[in-house]
Write a protein that binds this ligand. Structure first.
Ligand code: KG4
Ligand code: ZN
Length: 376
């Protein structure tokens, strides 16, 4: 089990939950409102967003048309790889070191200065508390210094909206799948800030299953891309892994049986396991993809939806993208896949979600708290 998984379970169990936010002080709330009135008069607002929920430090600047004017990211994968997962204290220290140069780089790329920014946004949860605090506090500090509003963004809303980033038609209501390292959620997306949860995983998230199985196979963290790469030369029918809850008639998922099945299969293969690595990866991946695509299309049918959107780190998986394309085309559904650069954690999706909040006049008091267990 990876360190990353341990900490994620800690948030799930509520151990990482902070006390509820303090009551809002009227003075500062009013201040944010006054800033909004000034900013709303701008014809093309610029929003600077920070993402520091886990092990990626990211900064993006988005304009009022939803165009990303700058997106910079510093990944900490090499720092955490020796531990087989994310070490929270290491992550927050690295965020602190990297965030200021990244903000400067983003401003330079967009050709603007801090004085040109109309709102500062940051991920408020879910995520690692000590990491969330770095981005959150930095964005609030910038808002305070420039007199502009602060916008707290739910990381999951960032993923949810990411397939529509750069789409001139904007958000399209329909069935939405979020598949990341910490979440597997099937939702009815009805509009900006308006979605209904249809089902979630009962145990491991899909990305967590990829990471745990990769570890069993002796592959480095993060396991998803490693399995994806090796699966390309394997036979997806070589091993018959279970498709748990595929036909359960609801929209819940379960991936722990699939992981257990790999755990019991490996010793039976003995020395041949190494040679069968591509087949093992391809067969495991096929089972995950089959479950995710089948249930998402069932949700679209249930909703009578015309659109399907897929986001989160696992949506980068090449086989998942291929099967979604094939099966949505067959079912006459329009597919919206997050661009590969926007599948894993990034600040462009946070800026885009913040833009929707900005346009709705939804600002966040500076006294607001982070929430490591935030849900949609
Ligand atoms: O969205 P994300 O960056 O972080 C969370 O919010 O959790 O997702 C990270 C997850 C990891 O579990 C990683 O193994 C998985 O996404 N992932 C993939 C691929 N690329 C990243 N899983 C399968 N295939 C991939 N190509
Ligand atoms: Zn994420």
């Amino acid at each position: 089990m990876s360190r990353k998984t341990n900490y994620r379970q800690e948030w799930k169990s509520g151990n990482g939950k902070l006390p509820p936010a303090a009551p809002v002080a009227f003075g500062l709330f009013f201040r944010a409102g006054a800033c909004y009135r000034a900013a709303s008069m701008s014809r093309s607002p610029l929003i600077l967003a920070l993402e520091t929920s886990c092990d990626e430090t990211a900064v993006a600047i988005c304009d009022g048309a939803g165009q990303i004017r700058a997106a910079v990211l510093s990944s900490q994968i090499p720092e955490h790889q020796p531990y087989g997962g994310v070490v929270p204290e290491l992550a927050s220290r690295n965020h602190l070191l990297r965030i200021r140069p990244l903000i400067e780089e983003a401003l330079q790329t967009a050709g603007v200065t801090l004085a040109d920014i109309h709102a500062f946004a940051a991920t408020a949860g879910p995520g690692l508390a000590s990491s969330l605090l770095i981005g959150n506090t930095t964005a609030k500090g910038l808002a305070l210094a420039t007199g502009q509003p602060f916008i707290a963004v739910n990381h999951l809303e960032g993923h949810l909206l990411s397939p529509f980033l750069g789409n001139p038609a904007g958000l399209q209501p329909g069935a939405a799948l979020i598949v990341s390292g910490g979440h597997t959620l099937l939702l009815h997306l009805r509009g900006s800030g308006d979605c209904l949860l249809l089902g979630r995983t009962r145990d491991d998230a899909a990305g967590e299953a990829f990471d745990k199985v990769a570890r069993m196979l002796g592959l480095p963290y993060p396991g998803g891309p490693e399995i994806d790469r090796r699966a390309a030369s394997g036979d997806p029918r070589a091993f018959d892994f279970p498709r748990s809850m595929k036909d359960s008639g609801d929209f819940a998922f379960s991936f722990s049986g699939l992981k257990t099945s790999m755990f019991y299969l490996l010793p039976t293969l003995g020395d041949s396991a190494a040679a069968r690595l591509p087949d093992l990866c391809a067969s495991f991946q096929e089972a995950v993809v089959d479950i995710l695509v089948t249930k998402t299309l069932a949700a679209a049918r249930h909703l009578g939806a015309k659109h399907v959107s897929v986001s989160g780190g696992v949506s980068c998986n090449s086989r998942l993208r291929q099967v979604f394309h094939e099966r949505c085309a067959r079912a006459g559904l329009t597919l919206h896949l997050a661009a590969p650069a926007h599948t894993t954690d990034n600040a462009a999706m946070i800026a885009y979600a913040a833009l929707h909040r900005f346009q709705a006049g939804q600002f966040t008091p500076l006294e607001s708290d982070i929430d490591p267990n935030l849900t949609l």
